[in-house]
Design a protein around this ligand. Sequence first.
Ligand SMILES: CC(C)(COP(=O)(O)OP(=O)(O)OC[C@H]1O[C@@H](n2cnc3c(N)ncnc32)[C@H](O)[C@@H]1OP(=O)(O)O)[C@@H](O)C(=O)NCCC(=O)NCCS
Length: 510
Amino acid sequence: MATRAVADIMSSPVVTAEATELLSDAATHMHEHKVGSVVVVDGGKPVGILTESDLVRLAAEGADANAKVGEWMTADPYTITSAVEVADAWNTLSERGYRHIPVVDDGELVGMVSMRDLVGIAQIAPMAHPSLVDAPKGLEGVVVAETTVGDVRGQEGFYHYRHYNAVELAGKRSLEDVWYLLFSGELPDATERKAFLDEVRPMAAIPDAVKPLLPDIAKAGEHPGPLDALRTAMSAVAQSLDLRPSMDTDAVTRRTDALRLCAVTPTLIMALHRLRNGLDPLEPSDDLGYSANYLYLLTGEVPDPDHARAVEQYQISTIDHGFNASTFTARVVTSTGADFGSAVVAALGSLSGPLHGGAPSRALDMLDAIGTPDKTEAWIRNAVEHGERIMGFGHRVYKTDDPRSLMLRDVAQRLGGDKAAFATQVEKTVVDVLAELKPGRHLYANVEFYAGVVMDRCGLPRELFTPTFASSRVIGWCANMLEQAADNRIVRPSARYVGPPPPQPVPDPE
Ligand SMILES: CC(C)(COP(=O)(O)OP(=O)(O)OC[C@H]1O[C@@H](n2cnc3c(N)ncnc32)[C@H](O)[C@@H]1OP(=O)(O)O)[C@@H](O)C(=O)NCCC(=O)NCCS
């Protein structure tokens, strides 16, 4: 590539001033010529430089109206010759912190080169930036925020919401209690619970403006992804609720916005599902708890309490889980000051990926594909040897049993049925085969493996598995969004550019 010299890009002739001139006259020259500095000359020879920063400094220090250029200029400025290569000129400017350098050949001022001239054309070598830190791919092990919402301790196989063990909460409390805990930091007493239920129940209704849009949304696409319709409908809900940018709202408004988005999610999921299957949506029941209502919205029948409780335990166990991809997404969008609807819609997109929330039906599909217990080992071996991932196994954070999978295995066994027994047998084989073929990776069943078995047993069809995950995870997203909005700084990391060195000359069109 041809190298270019300062002579090719410098500004010439140079705007100059005399040391004896009034500062105000020099400032006028700069303004008129739209330049950021003047070279101070004496008989054509450069003796100093006066820059915009000098003018700012003298304004701050209150120079008198008759001050002269010579009193405020930088004398004997650093200069370069016109033959210097632009890359070297760039290095000189950036290393020394100059923005302008006079160009002098044989003692005569011939031009001026500025940082701005160089940025456009130099093959600029990246400067060493001491504060840039390379994070590992996937940000594994990098702490990006402080939170009081909860945490996951992967090595110990433990996770918590606020200051309570999440699995214990799923064993002892209702989903609404845990929702309250996530939003307020404490579990509710009886009075608080009643007030909370009275507040959120009406919010479960789909806004009237959105209802007529749902049939088309539900039926769009021949093979929609697991969260496509919900994502689209959620966007319409957020718009119809006139949610304002989170940075323009107070904490009370943000809490109400978040409650509305959470409360409407189960109703939307089931309305879309029924419409896609040619059925009319149902209105939420005021008499049923969150998860019983969820199943009721699917069938129109009050569900078996064991099924409602099993789904509730699953939903509680998936409310939050540290800085997973969708939660991080929700926080990144919130950090821009956007409205909470935008953050939830973005998080839904993030959750839809098979490596995150889009896998539970795949785990059940795998059980179907294996077919019978005697075929398990050969099937798994073959899959792993062909480089495939066994769905429902492995986790970024847990390198031991996923506590959610242990809990859901108990729930599945409590509900009984052939699939639960088969899944238990498959789990054992997969763990053994992965330990042999992928030693040292510590691969165990994750939340998704038994989730499918439990949901299937409770009458939820496979296409609702990922939406059901979303139905409760939205609460975790919103708790994180509330925390982010309350103490915000926009998330804006850096990337290391590894393409061809810029700027290459832009070719003229052919
Ligand atoms: C969850 C998951 C994305 C975590 O990924 P991760 O932390 O980035 O782990 P990596 O992709 O670095 O995998 C580490 C190693 O374990 C292997 N591995 C991880 N999960 C595996 C699985 N389910 N089946 C087979 N091998 C697996 C990888 O092939 C890799 O092996 P290598 O070192 O030979 O390349 C990953 O385990 C996975 O894809 N699981 C299946 C999908 C799933 O269940 N998703 C739901 C998550 S809740």
